[in-house]
Ligand binder design. Structure first.
Ligand SMILES: [Zn+2]
Length: 140
């Protein structure tokens, strides 16, 4: 194990959502959960307060972004960053919901920038661009 790996392991947060908890960024204002829809207000709150998109606790290091490969490769992730363990839990939730019909991946970074929509039309939403990548992993 390299020194860097050991440092990263030590910094890995222990926060993880309960397995039956709904991912924060998919809970609608009325309490319904739609895993295919990113709730804009929740995504903005994650961006401003640096919260995990799944458990809504303060983000740790690294931040893991989850989404279709095409979305991640374009640097325009719809979902805010998550704790590593939360991201893996989210993948299982997305799989159970039948959302993984396209290739998906996890991308880890220590930072991100936010891209706000230029207009307020349908499909226009906040996007997250991971900083320099620490690792990328295809969802099997
Ligand atoms: Zn989390």
């Amino acid at each position: 194990m390299s020194v860097l790996t050991r440092l990263l392991e030590r910094r890995r947060p222990t926060v993880v959502a309960a397995p039956d908890a709904a991912p924060f960024v998919h809970v609608q204002a009325d309490g319904r959960v739609d895993l295919a829809t990113v709730v804009e207000a929740a995504a903005v709150r994650c961006a401003l307060s640096r919260l995990c998109a799944y458990c809504a606790q303060p983000q740790g290091f690294p931040l893991v972004f989850v989404g279709p490969v095409a979305e991640l490769d374009g640097g325009r992730c719809r979902r805010p960053g998550m704790h590593d363990a939360c991201a893996r839990l989210a993948v299982e939730r997305y799989r159970a919901a039948g959302l993984l019909h396209l290739p998906w991946a996890l991308q880890a970074s220590g930072s991100f920038t936010v891209e706000r929509p230029q207009t307020r039309g349908p499909g226009e939403q906040i996007r997250f661009r991971p900083g320099p990548l620490l690792w990328t992993e295809r969802v099997p």
